[in-house]
Design a protein around this ligand. Structure first.
Ligand code: ATP
Ligand code: MG
Length: 727
């Protein structure tokens, strides 16, 4: 009732109030981080409902993550006695799924259609190529997958693909065959969810009109990150004509009445557009203004989230981007603390710094769950997780699995487990056909039966040749594992890990996978983890495996337990925390190597940094490491350009010793050593292979150098004894 609605509106500033209480007109809320966009969107839903302007059925809201959707539902149902389930609030994929579940028949799907994730999709494509006897060297499955998905995201079915040469004609043909296979098996991939429900609305006028009449209010958060097909889907739902197809009638075929357009309320921030690499299109904001003849553009400029220094830093950084729509954020809050900058000598020291600071803040009463550690790339989380685990600090990783639970890591560990113990059936079943070796389920059933019959392991069954038609493939797998076991003797743990990920074919598999970059990095991180492990422990694969499973399960924060939040910057969008640790702020890492040579990509990286900084309410830490073990080898880096784009007077260097005036610099150089093996020099060792000098001490007969040998680990060597040569 009315009292509820007025209390809902309490505390809103005039622009927010105007946005929340807009009549049913199309509107664009263009506003910077922390200005209350999400709050305005949620409050508008609550206000529309509590004033009786619309029933829950009349609202559709799109959020960017399931987490955000859940939060929105909780907030609304806390304020209003409504059945939250009747509200259509979710992600694009979630809402499309909901639509297709309801109208599966009209959509031409089986009632219980299954959703393929991208790994499943790839497997399906491989199966298809095999069944059709297509050369997968000439038509790599991943290329085909990207061809299919890119076309679907543009709204194109196979028959609509223009083919101008034999190669594309063949791809087009395969796209068609893939669609047929999916239909036959009753499965739907991610891109299909959206395309299928778009087509359903486009082609089924009564259904479309039903939803046009139903959803009077459509609200979209993070509008800057919608892609073209999502935008067209929204237009259909809102009762807009789609110029790329035929004009759609806006007259109800049953009653002859004109259906008014839905009031679309789009909320976004061009400075936080961070999904261009996935086809998101900021141009949707401009198109929205013209397609919907938007008269109402509201700008929110007051930031309620962050202290002044944090906001100033974000504002200063983002002005280095060109072609912005332009916004000016201010806050009534005090300047607050300066931004604390820590330059560590290594990633381990950086992780230790994070642990110490988190502990200190926690002791002062700050909940762990109100602190976040952010990183640009998933591979960075391993060292952080390890330090947190050692310190016994509960943490939770969002938008990604904990390191040792990741698929590629579990695969690699399964090979190591088999090397350690061939009788490990679980490990065997996990990888006997991964990467694909043509050993199918029927064979595995056969092997299982034989093993059960004779009371032995599946390995034994495999060795005895009881594998029917796939006997040869199974034989090759047995040989592969035997071969690795034979070589394992005399190898250090990191060498063994390297061997396992190479010879198993895992490295090659993920190297060929366009989406596999992260997984590849993680595999290489596993080699680094092993190198690190042997510095402090027995050189034993069994001990290493034990630690891996402990770190994977035991200390997992229980749901509801207070836990530090770890996530990529991408996954942090829309969230806020009392304290934020932005780690790895180094050239080549953030901005990422892939972006360094492209001004557009640098701008996207800068927006990403802007998103990261604006997550912090009170405390922001920025850290970097002069050296970092990545991809199994040590790399040296300098501070990110983004750090120098933040005014120096907002920063407080915690370890000034390292960092002279404006730009952080390297550790002061020691006097050049007389043996010539300065830091960074390449050296070779008969047993450990080639490596890079990372430190040295002593002189004459007492001279030692510390060398990173990649897979063979980091070693201190006495120059007098070690047969070390400069290369
Ligand atoms: P982002 O761009 O990061 O998604 P946003 O614009 O969606 O940010 P919100 O998350 O809605 O911003 O709001 C940021 C913070 O400011 C939240 O804690 C919110 O509760 C608070 N806030 C927003 N408006 C007000 C207000 N009028 N008074 C007090 N606090 C507010
Ligand atoms: Mg938001």
């Amino acid at each position: 009732g009315p009292p509820m609605s007025s209390s809902l509106l309490n505390g809103l500033n005039p622009e927010q109030l105007a946005a929340v209480t807009l009549p049913a007109v199309p509107a664009l809320i263009l506003a910077g981080a922390g200005s209350g966009k999400t709050r305005v969107l949620t409050t508008r839903i609550a206000w529309l409902l509590s004033t009786g302007q619309v029933s829950p059925q009349g609202i559709l809201a799109v959020t960017f993550t399931n987490k955000a959707a859940k939060e929105m539902l909780t907030r609304i149902s806390a304020q209003l006695p409504i059945n939250a389930r009747s509200l259509w609030v979710g992600t694009f994929h979630g809402l499309c799924n909901r639509l297709l579940r309801l109208h599966w028949r009209d959509a031409g799907l089986p009632q219980a259609f299954q959703i393929l994730d991208s790994a499943d999709q790839l497997a399906a494509i491989k199966r298809l190529l095999k069944a059709l006897n297509i050369d997968d060297e000439k038509y790599p499955p991943r290329d085909l997958m990207h061809f299919i998905n890119a076309n679907k995201e543009e709204g194109r079915r196979a028959h609509e693909v223009e083919s101008w040469d034999d190669y594309t004609r063949q791809l087009k043909q395969l796209y068609e065959e893939y669609e047929r296979q999916c239909r036959r098996e009753g499965v739907v991939d991610f891109a299909e969810l959206l395309l299928r429900s778009y087509e359903l609305l486009r082609d089924n006028a009564p259904l479309r009109q039903h939803y046009n009449a139903r959803f009077r209010y459509i609200l979209v958060d993070e509008f800057q990150d919608t892609n073209r097909l999502q935008y067209r889907w929204l237009k259909l739902l809102a009762g807009k004509t789609d110029p790329l197809n035929r004009a759609l009638g806006k007259v109800d075929t049953a009653t002859g009445e004109t259906i008014p357009e839905a009031a679309v309320f789009a909320v976004g921030d061009d400075d936080q557009s961070i999904y261009a690499f996935r086809g998101a299109n900021v141009g949707n904001m401009r198109d929205f203004e013209s397609d919907f003849a938007v008269q109402t553009v509201i700008r929110l400029e007051q930031n309620y989230r962050s202290h002044g220094n944090i906001l100033d830093a974000a504002n200063a950084l983002i002005t280095h981007n060109r072609g912005r729509l332009g916004k000016n954020l201010w806050t009534e809050e005090c300047a607050g603390d300066p931004i604390r900058v820590f330059e560590a000598a290594s990633d381990f020291e950086e992780a230790q710094f994070v642990v110490d600071e988190v502990r200190q803040l926690n002791r002062e009463g700050q909940a762990l769950s109100d602190m976040a550690v952010l990183y640009r790339s998933n591979a960075q989380s391993r060292v952080l997780e390890h330090a947190l685990f050692q310190a016994g600090l509960p943490y939770r990783v969002y938008g990604g699995l904990r390191f040792f639970e990741r698929q590629e890591i579990k695969h690699a560990l399964a090979y190591l487990r088999l090397i350690a113990n061939v009788e490990d059936d679980n490990a065997l079943l996990r990888v006997i056909n991964f990467p694909v070796r043509g050993i199918g389920n029927r064979t595995l059933e056969l092997l299982g039966e034989t093993a059960r019959g004779t009371g032995t392991s599946i390995w034994q069954a495999a060795c005895s040749g009881g594998a029917g038609r796939s006997a040869a493939a199974v034989g090759r797998f047995v040989q592969l594992i035997e071969g690795m076991r034979a070589q394992a003797d005399g190898l250090s743990l990191p060498e063994l890990v390297q061997l396992a990920i190479e010879q198993s074919g895992l490295l090659e598999f993920y190297r060929n996978d366009k989406e596999g970059q992260d997984r590849l990095e993680n595999l290489e991180q596993l080699v680094s983890a092993a190198a690190r492990f042997v510095q402090d422990n027995e050189d034993s694969v069994v001990d290493f495996l034990a630690q891996a499973s402990l770190e994977a399960g035991e200390h997992e924060a229980a749901p509801g337990q207070d836990a530090l939040q770890l996530m990529t910057v991408h996954a942090a969008k829309g969230l806020e925390f009392h304290a934020v640790f932005l780690t790895g702020v180094e050239e080549g890492l953030f901005p990422h190597d892939n972006s360094i040579n492209d001004p557009q990509s640098i701008e996207e990286e800068r927006r990403l940094a802007y998103v990261a900084i604006t997550r912090a309410r009170r405390r922001l830490y920025i850290s970097l490491a002069q050296s970092r073990m990545l991809h199994g080898q040590t790399r040296f880096s300098i501070a990110s350009r983004f750090l120098s784009e933040i005014p120096e007077d907002l920063l407080k260097w915690l370890n000034r010793g390292y960092a002279p005036a404006a730009m952080p610099a390297r550790k002061p150089e020691k006097a050049a050593p007389e043996h010539g093996m300065r830091v960074g020099a390449s050296v070779a060792h008969p047993k450990f292979g080639t490596g890079v000098v990372i430190d040295y001490d002593g002189t004459g007969k007492g001279a030692n150098v510390q060398v990173n040998f990649g897979a063979a680990g980091v070693k201190w060597l006495a120059l007098d004894y070690a047969k070390l040569t400069l290369v």
